[in-house]
Design a protein around this ligand. Structure first.
Ligand code: PLP
Length: 426
């Protein structure tokens, strides 16, 4: 019995499904989840002492790889001075200033501890600001697990074949309109039918929770136009794309300005820290400046803020994006070549350093296309690579995440493993 097998058995007795977030359970790929013990740069080490090149990177939170010394030092130094005060700190002000300076649409941000809280709070704010109840989301986009945002919410649910979760009231479900991604016509129809009821359109500007799907030319612009026309707010969920595609996120890359932005993952440097923000006018409605309540015991936690500030400082100082893009290009070229040589049908979608591999030869532009890919083949591919020391996201509905610590050696090792795996999975 491996240590992971032993731990999983114990975990299942005391934690539902043995994990604290469903996709970790390997439900989509089968087998026993690998329990991790340590990480360094691009690599991660399991409880049995095996090392892997890691393409999960804490689901995108680690832009600079595991245990970056500057981030670790900043967090440890802060922890030694106090782990939580429940009172404002200077570092929170600096983090907010750093975020506002980087992301084009932001005058103000409120820090939360998770992307879920940020999304839930932003939707509440949008409803209060517009005085309307309904929210438009897109099939396959994930915005955390708040009730009104959990319909057809991509990876975690898709992995387990769950369309929405029991426990969500009909009222919450009724106020959420789910439309197909990359179909501006469907958005126009929804607004024609119920435009005066719609508070917000929430979207991942590059979808990354059904694998990576770029917005087609004009899609984001159409969302901007229709929401403005009807007095609804446009919410960009940049929990994945923020500080990953560019310092200013997808909104800087595509030149489309949302009303509210959600951030998380990278901005916390691997600690629980997220944010939502927008114009001073809209954010001025958030308590205690305004009447829309939202709070958190550990919001703006000093240790998380110290880590986040360090990560964002590294981004500002180093501009890591050209190197990340170069790594992604080389890796995707290598994977494409290996799969093509072995005659394995595949499609790779990539935006900057964010990409995923689908086993199908059709174009992937929406959730239905992703459902149609060969997920059993992905499962075989995943295990063939795991055996060869490469740790991929354990579901074909997920993005692969790179860090600045992934270099030529990791690319070479990965492409070689893909070449062997491609033959092995047939
Ligand atoms: N939004 C997006 C785009 C995400 O990918 C996620 C998490 O993966 C969330 C929101 C929720 O963030 P958290 O898991 O921090 O609650």
């Amino acid at each position: 019995m491996t240590r992971s097998e032993e731990l999983f058995e114990r975990a299942r007795a005391v934690i539902p499904g043995g994990v604290n977030s469903p996709v970790r359970a390997f439900g989509a790929v089968g087998g026993v989840p690998v329990f991790m013990a340590a990480g360094e740069g691009a690599s991660i080490e399991d409880a049995d002492g095996r090392r892997f090149v890691d393409y999960v990177q804490s689901w995108g939170a680690l832009l600079f790889g595991h245990a970056h010394p500057d981030i670790v030092r900043a967090a440890a130094d802060m922890a030694a001075q106090g782990t939580s005060f429940g009172a404002p700190t200077e570092a929170e002000v600096r983090l907010a200033e750093e975020i506002v300076a980087a992301v084009p649409s932001l005058d103000m941000v409120r820090l939360t501890s998770s992307g879920t809280e940020a999304a839930m709070s932003a939707v509440r704010l949008a409803r209060a600001f517009t005085g309307r109840p309904r929210v438009v989301k897109f099939a396959g986009c994930y915005h955390g697990h708040a009730d009104s945002l959990l319909a057809e919410a991509g990876s975690g649910l898709a992995t387990f074949g769950i369309p929405a979760s029991p426990g969500i009231t009909d009222g919450a479900a009724r106020d959420t309109l789910v439309l197909p991604y990359n179909e501006p016509g469907a958005v126009a129809e929804a607004f024609e039918a119920a435009g005066d009821q719609i508070a917000a359109v929430i979207v991942e500007p590059v979808a990354a929770n059904m694998g990576v799907i770029p917005p087609e030319a004009g899609f984001l612009e159409t969302l901007r136009g229709i929401t403005s026309e009807h007095g609804a707010l446009l919410l960009f969920d940049e929990v994945i794309t923020g500080f990953r595609l560019a310092r200013g996120g997808a909104q800087a890359l595509y030149g489309v300005t949302p009303d509210l932005t959600l951030l998380g993952k990278v901005m916390g440097g691997g600690f629980p820290c997220a944010a939502y923000g927008g114009s001073a006018e809209i954010m001025g409605r958030v308590a205690p400046a305004g009447d829309v309540y939202q709070a958190g015991t550990l919001s703006g936690n000093p240790v998380a803020v110290a880590a986040g500030l360090t990560a964002l400082g590294l981004i500002r100082g180093r501009d890591p994006y050209p190197a990340l893009e170069k790594t992604a290009t080389a890796l995707v070229e290598g994977i494409t070549d290996a799969l093509t040589s072995a005659g394995v049908p595949h499609t790779i979608n990539r935006v900057e350093s964010l990409f995923s591999v689908f086993f199908t030869d059709t174009t992937i532009r929406g959730f239905e296309d992703v459902r149609g890919a060969d997920h059993e083949r992905y499962a075989r591919f995943f295990h063939a690579l795991l055996k060869r020391g490469i740790y991929l996201p354990p579901s074909g509905y997920e993005a692969w995440f790179l860090s600045t610590a992934h270099g030529d050696a990791e690319i070479e090792r990965t492409v070689e493993a893909v070449r062997e795996a491609a033959t092995a999975i047939g």
